[in-house]
Write a protein that binds this ligand. Structure first.
Ligand SMILES: NC(=O)c1ccc[n+]([C@@H]2O[C@H](COP(=O)([O-])OP(=O)(O)OC[C@H]3O[C@@H](n4cnc5c(N)ncnc54)[C@H](O)[C@@H]3O)[C@@H](O)[C@H]2O)c1
Ligand SMILES: O=C(O)C(=O)C[C@]1(C(=O)O)C=C[C@@H](O)C=C1
Length: 369
């Protein structure tokens, strides 16, 4: 693949664009929100100039409900030879592509099982998909060349391709992604009005269980609406376990000893079932764990300052893996931590220094806090 357009330069689109650009693909960026597109460009994800001719692949990284209309528009404009999307559901986009008059032979549905609870290009990372499953859903109408192009995309992004039917995909992710999201949201919702004193005494467990509840509600309602029945089926089983668990917990303190023993055995069995289920969760495989270093840079609170910082780093030919921003209220500047591969640190510090940026002395190894 030599050329690609990424439509939707948020978390997923920009991560794909960064990965492709790194592998030498010429990437063009398009987003309804020009700030998102400009930020992705400043991160080194590609170019805002639209291509003169047809590109090899267009990747639609827009919300699920927009795939059909965006694909029909792109195909009408003859933007690309082949099209794929990354939406978290697959039945509805396939149906909408047909309903919107798109050409299904040049479209292959896709869904990388990697992401984050943050949205937008600033949350993007080039290695997001490394070692992660990436489902492709060819239909009987999909051309073999489109399937091969999809496989090439997955490979360039470091993902592991999995071919599935749209139905099977949506049922699978109802269990592994969509219902877990709602369970995390429901647990996190318990905290909304909890006493601050209580929340203060929390550890990593609460963070682990609630992390994904920070996801963008508009995107998640779109995803859940498109897969509502399958998610409700998973939650039905969950609700039965929950009902049983509440009865068991209520029985534990007060019951006669035999009933108490039965309740304790039930509780243990539920916890053991949890152990067995947890043991089946696949762990992320990475070919080579990359070591990132955070370079803290003081950035003035001025329009365009972040874009200038990113393009300075881009000039050094270095990919920014992640960005953390600490806003200091009432201060004329904030602290921005640029995460880069450890091998690039010296070059980045040199180019920042030459361009007048102020850095904190010692770079932090990620995880040092
Ligand atoms: N967030 C995740 O963890 C995750 C993981 C895998 C797949 N996905 C899927 O990836 C897609 C994008 O999600 P994201 O997390 O990157 O969201 P995001 O909000 O970070 O980015 C979406 C981008 O699409 C743009 N956009 C919306 N409608 C558009 C249109 N009609 N034309 C052009 N641009 C448009 C928005 O302006 C935004 O910049 C969704 O379909 C989602 O289901 C998300
Ligand atoms: O890691 C996360 O933050 C995610 O929620 C990513 C996650 C998931 O694993 O459920 C979320 C939605 C996607 O469609 C794919 C991946």
């Amino acid at each position: 693949m030599r050329t690609a357009v990424v439509v939707g330069t948020g978390l997923i689109g920009t991560s794909i664009a960064l990965a492709l650009s790194r592998r030498g693909v010429l990437v063009y960026l398009d987003d309804a929100d020009t700030t998102a597109a400009r930020t992705a460009e400043a991160l080194g994800a590609g170019s805002l100039e639209m291509p003169a001719g047809q590109v090899d692949l267009a990747v639609l990284a827009v919300p699920p409900a927009s795939i059909g209309t965006v694909l029909a528009r792109c195909q009408r404009d003859g933007l690309a030879h082949t099209y794929t999307d990354v939406a978290s559901v697959k039945v509805r986009p396939h149906e909408e592509v047909r309903a919107a008059g798109g050409d299904p032979s040049r479209y292959i549905g896709g869904h990388p099982l990697a992401g984050a609870e943050r949205s937008g290009p600033l949350a993007a990372r080039a290695d997001l998909f490394e070692g992660r499953p990436w489902v492709l859903t060819p239909s009987p109408l999909t051309d073999r060349s489109a399937l091969n192009r999809g496989l090439e995309l997955v490979s360039l992004c470091g993902g592991v391709p999995v071919l599935m039917d749209t139905d099977a995909h949506d049922r699978a992710v109802a269990l592994t992604s969509h219902a877990p999201h709602l369970v995390a949201s429901m647990m996190a919702a318990r905290l909304e009005h909890a006493e601050a004193e209580h929340i203060r005494v929390s550890g990593q467990g609460l963070r682990d269980v609630t992390r994904i509840a920070a996801g963008e509600p508009a995107l998640w309602s779109d995803i859940l609406t498109a897969n509502a029945d399958a998610v409700a089926d998973v939650l039905d089983g969950f609700a039965k376990d929950l009902e049983r668990l509440i009865a068991v917990l209520r029985a534990l303190p007060g019951a006669e000893s035999e009933a108490r023993r039965a309740a304790a055995a039930d509780l243990q069995e539920l916890l053991r079932r949890g152990n067995r289920g947890h043991a089946r969760v696949p762990h992320k495989q990475r070919s080579q764990p990359a070591e990132y270093v955070a370079i803290p840079v003081a950035v003035p609170d001025q329009p365009g300052a972040l874009a200038r910082l990113f393009s300075t780093v881009g000039e050094a030919g270095v990919n920014i893996e992640d960005v953390r921003i600490e806003h200091s209220l009432d201060q004329p500047s904030g602290l921005v931590e640029l995460l880069v591969e450890s091998t690039s640190v010296a070059g980045v510090r040199r180019v920042l220094d030459a361009n007048g940026w102020t850095m904190r002395e010692k770079p932090l190894l990620v995880g040092e806090g």
